[in-house]
Design a protein around this ligand. Sequence first.
Ligand code: FES
Length: 327
Amino acid sequence: MVVHNLLPAVPCPTPTLSLRVRAKDVVADGVVSLTLDHPDGVRLPDWTPGAHIDLVLPGGSTRQYSLCGDRWDPHTYRIAVLREPAGRGGSAYVHDRLTVGDRVSVGGAHNHFPLVPADRYLFIAGGIGITPLLPMIRQADMIGADWQLLYGGRTRVSMAFHADLTDAYGERVHVSPQDERGLLDLAGWLSEPLPGTKIYCCGPAPLLAAVDKASAHWPDHSLRTERFTAAVQSEPVRSTPFEVELRRTGRTVTVTPDVSVLRALRAVGAEVLSSCEQGTCGTCLVPVLDGTPDHRDAVLGGHERTAGDCMLPCVSRSLSDRLVLDL
Ligand code: FES
């Protein structure tokens, strides 16, 4: 989902499709959904639950939104956009200016929040964080997995799709508006680690932090999250320059503390796509052949960090004197 409403305005680096707004619907207080299709009726690129698209705004900046429609419908994409009064104009553009019939440029779809196989799923959504979980829930239900949804929000009227979910799935769905029931009872829900269960959580940073804390005693890799904004990071471990070797092109560049690895790579001609440049979208992912990255992103899971075979150079750095990338 990604209210990726909060991501920065950056040029869209990916090839785009020109799509048409087929429908625009109010789905909750402050939330509209857009259904997009190709004006010529052609199939859209395939996607999987958890994927997002880049919506290109006038002026060329992008915002990322999770696909929340039917992944088996090859002709439409659906997103839902929360109005962000304190945002930088992306959600206001969608809410106030886009109308049915308009054309919009769309990049993607990318998926950095995939649904991995599991016996059981616990989905936890906060507000507009429900959007990436909708296709996951559909898939989990379709394959007969055991699952439950814990869905919190400020008020019932602000919580998109809650009635559809309850109608479709009944008691598997636990809707918990804060003004009626207070904060989600995470301690209660997560008190007992359940082997074989994956927790998928999307929502605002305080919710993610609370789920992370409440599930700390669960088996490793039980929790998978998607952030709307970059986590607050401490200073990089290393404060001295390091070298990055681009193994395939045979180039090496020195990365000084004031320059990102991404920028250093581009300075020597490497073509690395980027979007958010905040470590939240995963677009700039590059393979690591040698050396130890200092992961500073909000995308990679614990096992991916431990494996150390990829990194997001827009924010991540190096613990070792040298990193070797498959570029
Ligand atoms: Fe988004 Fe690097 S560009 S994570």
